[in-house]
Design a protein around this ligand. Sequence first.
Ligand code: NAD
Length: 283
Amino acid sequence: MNISKVAVAGSGVMGAGIAQVAAMAGYEVMMYDLKPEMLEKGLATITKNLNKGIEKGKVTNEQKESALSLIATTDRLEEVKADLIIEAVVERLDVKQGLFKKLEEINGPDTILATNTSSIPVTRIGAALKRPENFLGLHFFNPAHIMKLVEVISGAATSSEVAQAGYDFAERIGKTPAVAKDSSGFIVNRVARHFYVESLKIAEEGVADVETIDGLLQGAGFRMGPFRLMDLIGVETNFSVTKSMFEAFHYDVKFRPSRIQEQKVDAGHFGRKSGRGFYNYEK
Ligand code: NAD
């Protein structure tokens, strides 16, 4: 399976980073989003990331220019044609299925469709498609241009060739693929859920405040405490993932979403992206 052109649907927190790593590996990339302002923001993020890479001596000027020249953007779905399309839009089954159905119509029978979902079973998303054998999960981690891990997930109908092509692609862009079975949250988000859910419970019960919990966990060796990490991820995205896993595990109380997190979402306090979350980022 020959992949030369890649498209990324959604240019938010994850999509921009995925587009960046694909372009850095020499792929022609089409970045698509419903909102033109998100495409602009995505490109600005990629440029900022590459400039930081230059400052640190990890990226050369030529690599930056070459990567940027390989990225095109569009808000027109009919222009999203590629050998591999990686979806990174909102964590909602209906939105993802609707998008993939349209992408399947626009693209040829050999196009591989991949989802970056954090928690929705790949089989469930793929069930809406005419060619579920061409569909798989490629789950990147945040920040996508830095984190090495990519979980590669086959749905019940994914062909072994497509799974292998996804695995090989992850390696080609310099990532470390790990094969995971199709189960809500896969490996990392299933383990990590307790990091968030239990910390939120501690804060909700008033056992300790957000800063103290973050400080203690950081002191214990985590790079970031749970609240700072939720702010980085997107509080609303993290909340959607917990809700989706709570449902997928038949309302197992250990995955119960948090009231204080829901309130942040209601208030539009999504974290860094909105300027305010568990912490304030407004200047
Ligand atoms: P985000 O909200 O930052 O970005 C989503 C983007 O998708 C937005 O720019 C929005 O305009 C666009 N969009 C929404 N509906 C669309 C549609 N129908 N067609 C085209 N564009 C559309 O979200 P994110 O944090 O990048 O998350 C995207 C996906 O990646 C989710 O499934 C999430 O679970 C998963 N994920 C997120 C993280 C994380 O840390 N944020 C990590 C791994 C996986």
